[in-house]
Design a protein around this ligand. Structure first.
Ligand code: ADP
Ligand code: MG
Ligand code: MG
Length: 879
């Protein structure tokens, strides 16, 4: 026999054993330890579940014997025996994961009731009705959970009986009725199982344990885990607990309570209860429960005890508790306690209040805030009491709520949006071409693309609600219709998007404003006092930079310059630059662009004066500024067919020739970033000059300017950086010499290719700072195109747990993370004080931030709306 231990009796456990006993098991053990009344129990460990899963559903050796022994001990302690015809023991078989997943898994109550024990129970408590009530409940629950008999089979029979007796509630059924119901239920079960219904309680117990193990893998649980990033490998514990009976009559009850209000965080008891009922009745909404306060009248003694216990447990766990209780004939039992789930607003208020109450320290308060949850606070939210049904569901790509009239193209969105009308942009997928529509739309809905799709990234960056990849919707951009099932929406019809849940509603729902409040301000200041990592923002214009500063950014970690080339009024000059046949022509075109760039920089520098700003020189391949190859070929063909002549056709042909010349099969691995600057040194020269002129202009005007950090992207070879550094430096010095002014500036590089990390020591020779571009680095280190992968294998990888997280959302610590760590270490082996940061999506992800803190980065940079989240996450990383 194996000597692995799979069973812990109630008195063997405590709160520290959560990973082995699950949250529920550890919670009841802890309550028992501190003298709170809980029913006697024993727990099958999560290890037993994991080993069973890994072993194709086979229990590990010794588990069956250990359960039998655990049961024997429980029988000994309670003086009862499972299924006995005298003093029968009834138990519940309860799931219990390490991280609570309320209602996602299965639980079976009243196991041990049988033809042998039902009358014994009736006689012992002098209540025949109650005994038959337990029996019918058991057959239904066991039948559903263990034998997969459809719930409606039982419910229909119950409804029919109530109808027959002319009663509304099951509490109004008599003992005789319930006895008859048990007979009916048995028939239903036997019929469903072809006569294979198991009636031996010991066998039922083993099968119930197994069913709870299996419920770890049911689809609900899967979905919940994925949404909450709970690893699928943890497994569930199983708690086998003596039943206490809330259904023994008018002096018995069951309920759920919170020590504070989980929506608002207010300090007031909050909960619901039912007289003469079992736990499931409250949760499953079988009868409408009553507010907890009313329990004071009905069961005063139990109520007083409950309030005492709630207070005691909150003090004990130093956090808001969510508890389940049962009163049996006036005596209170606690069945569960856990840290209550709460809204972001409630989380802040509870943490802040607990500090004021002297229960926790400021540091502990910070650990109570789930940084990712704060997103909820920064966007208008849907009024939670809307009671409406969604018409479609996609990926919750960017949180917040959007109400608006549907439009099907970016131009219409831009036109109507600029007039101040609320529109929702509905596209098959969005591309950079749609940006003008995206900026003014209330929200974005796409049929295609995932959480890191362009639409999602852009939307999050702007704090714009987005539901992406809503596979069930059909978009006809020509006929301008959106079809969802039988609903057809025309342009101008109103929809509401909930970017926090991915739900789409076919009407306008009420919104509530963002709830940035005093608690938020107070806690984020505490976070700032604790964290070591700096927090910067990614921003490309004045508005974003101002927003970022308002939300606490300490600088800009990534200012992309490509948007400055994309604006409609600049494209002619940009095209001229691209079509230039020699450096002189190119310089002439660039001279036209320079003042426009300078203006943009001045805006950003004004918003950020006094703080550092990292400006990344032009990164995308040039073809992005030109028409697409197919479209341009068609245009030339069309003009030729129309017999057009002269400048129009010539122009189209010339553009087509250039598009062909620049065409690359793998543009993301092609002529972009530093490679572009190596081919066309006029570009970095112009950009460096625009930056310096802007910085000096702001200095003149505002008496203060920014710390200028010029960043070269996509460097793989130290020679590239050496060359570019010289070009940029020469341009900067020339500008300064011309004005006779001085400016603090540094020149650094992005580390975003694996080779750059590998030779970071060589690169550091020419860099004043590093900024890790972990988006491109993920793409190139794992070899996944971030624009395509989600539409294919990456989604199934995450579904099938080949990967636990999407590596574009949360950094792949084992792989890409190693490159970052190596880059930092090698860089600092040459320059010990080398400033290292990270820009890109990972900079706003709490788990990634924890990792970045651990490898000694100086700062993270993220989109403006994630700055508060990053401030909290950076504080948590050091606590
Ligand atoms: P969940 O995790 O879905 O809440 P639980 O294991 O907590 O499942 O059980 C569901 C309900 O059954 C609870 O509300 C609880 O009140 C009730 N229950 C569980 N075990 C017992 C027991 N031993 N005696 C009485 N009621 C119980
Ligand atoms: Mg529960
Ligand atoms: Mg990059």
């Amino acid at each position: 026999m194996s000597d692995d231990r799979y069973i812990y009796d109630l008195s063997d456990g405590d709160a520290s054993m959560k990973s082995l006993l699950g949250g529920k098991g550890a919670g009841v053990a802890e309550m028992n330890k501190v003298g709170v009344p809980v029913p006697d129990a024993f727990t099958v460990t999560t290890t037993a579940c994991v080993e069973t899963m890994n072993n194709g559903g086979q229990w590990p050796e010794g588990l069956a014997d250990q359960i039998a022994a655990g049961l024997a001990r429980l029988e000994e302690r309670t003086g009862r025996r499972l299924g006995a015809s005298e003093k029968p023991l009834l138990v519940s078989v309860r799931s219990g994961a390490v991280f609570s997943m309320p209602g996602m898994m299965d639980t079976i109550l009243n196991l041990g009731i049988s033809d042998d024990s039902v009358m014994a129970l009736a006689e012992e408590f002098g209540n025949e009705r109650f005994a038959w009530d337990c029996y019918r409940r058991f057959i239904q629950m066991y039948g559903e959970v263990v034998e997969s008999i459809p719930a409606h089979a039982f419910e229909d029979a119950l409804t029919a009986l109530k109808h027959d007796r002319g009663v509304e509630n099951d509490t109004d059924l008599s003992a005789e009725d319930l006895k008859q119901l048990v007979a009916t239920f048995k028939e239903i079960a036997n019929e469903a199982l072809g006569g294979e219904w198991t009636s031996d309680p010991h066998e039922q117990l083993n099968r119930a344990v197994n069913a709870v193990f299996k419920s770890w893998q049911n689809p609900r649980a899967e979905v919940y885990r994925r949404a909450n990033n709970i690893p699928a490998s943890l497994g569930t514990a199983v708690n086998i607990m003596q039943m206490v009976f809330g259904n023994r009559g008018e002096t018995s009850a069951t309920g759920v309570c919170f020590t504070r209000n989980p929506s608002t965080g207010e300090r007031a008891l909050y909960g619901e209860f039912l007289v003469n009922a079992q736990g499931e009745d409250v949760v499953a909404g079988i009868r409408t429960p009553r507010p907890l306060a009313e329990m004071e009248e009905v069961l005063p003694e139990a109520y007083r005890q409950l309030v005492d216990t709630m207070h005691k447990m909150e003090q004990h766990y130093k956090d808001m508790q969510d508890m389940e209780f049962t009163v049996e004939d006036g005596k209170l039992y606690l069945l569960q306690t856990r840290n209550g789930k709460r809204t972001a607003a409630a989380a802040l208020k509870v943490a802040s209040d607990l500090v004021d109450e002297g229960v926790i320290t400021k540091e502990e308060a910070l650990l109570r805030i789930e940084p990712a949850q704060l997103d909820q606070l920064l966007h208008p939210a849907i009024d939670p009491n809307h009671g409406k049904t969604a018409v479609a569901t996609g990926l919750p790509a960017s949180p917040g709520a959007a109400v608006g009239e549907v439009v099907f193209d970016a131009d219409t969105a831009a036109e109507r949006g600029e007039r101040g009308e609320a529109v929702v942009l509905v596209r098959f997928e969005t591309t950079p071409d749609d940006i003008h529509g995206v900026i003014v739309a209330q929200g974005i809905l796409t049929a295609h693309g995932g959480m890191t799709s362009h639409a999602a990234v852009v939307a999050r960056g702007m704090g714009k609600p987005c539901v992406a990849g809503a596979a069930g919707i059909k978009i006809d951009p020509v006929g301008k219709t959106l079809t969802i099932g039988e609903h057809v929406f025309n342009e101008g019809d109103v929809v509401t998007l909930d970017g926090s849940t991915g739900k789409v509603y076919g009407e306008a729902l009420d919104l509530i404003p963002p709830q940035i409040n005093d608690d938020f301000t107070r806690l984020v200041e505490w976070a700032d006092g604790v964290r070591r990592l700096g927090v910067r923002a990614n921003a490309d214009n004045f508005e974003d930079a101002s927003k970022a500063r308002e939300l606490g950014a300490e600088g800009i970690g990534l200012c992309r310059t490509e948007h400055m080339f994309m604006a409609q009024d600049r494209l002619p000059a940009v095209r001229k630059m691209i079509l230039a046949e020699n450096p002189e022509q190119r310089s002439a075109a660039l001279a036209e662009i320079l003042p426009m760039q300078q203006t943009d920089f001045e805006g950003i520098f004004t918003a950020m004066k006094g703080l550092p700003v990292t400006v990344r020189l032009l990164d995308p391949p040039l073809h992005e500024f030109l028409p697409n190859l197919v479209e341009q070929s068609l245009l030339v063909q069309k003009l030729e067919l129309q017999g057009a002549e002269g400048p129009e056709l010539n122009d189209a042909r010339q553009t087509l020739a250039q598009v062909k010349k620049l065409h690359e099969l793998n543009p993301m691995l092609g002529t972009r970033g530093v490679r572009l600057a190596m081919l066309y040194p006029e570009i970095p020269d112009m950009q460096a000059r625009a930056i310096v002129r802007a910085a000096l202009a702001v200095l003149d005007r505002e008496g203060e300017t920014v710390g200028v950090e010029i960043m070269i992207p996509l460097v793989a070879l130290s020679q590239e950086l050496e060359t570019q550094r010289a070009i940029v430096k020469a341009a900067v010095e020339d500008e300064l010499a011309k004005t006779g002014k001085t400016l603090d500036y540094t020149i650094g590089t992005m580390i975003e290719l694996p080779r750059a990390a590998l030779v970071a020591d060589q690169i550091a020779e020419h860099a004043d700072f590093f900024s890790f571009g972990t988006n491109d680095m993920t793409q190139t280190a794992i070899g996944i195109s971030r624009d395509d992968a989600e539409n294919g294998f990456l989604t199934s990888y995450v579904m099938d747990h080949v990967l636990e997280r999407n590596p574009f959302e949360s950094i792949d610590v084992d792989g890409v993370g190693q490159l970052v760590a190596m880059g930092v270490e090698k860089g600092r082996s040459v320059k010990p004080e080398l400033k290292c940061g990270v820009c890109g999506e990972h900079g706003g992800d709490p788990d990634s931030i924890e990792f970045f803190n651990s490898v000694g980065l100086n700062y993270v940079s993220c989109s403006p709306f994630r700055v508060p989240i990053a401030r909290f996450a950076a504080a948590r990383a050091v606590l």
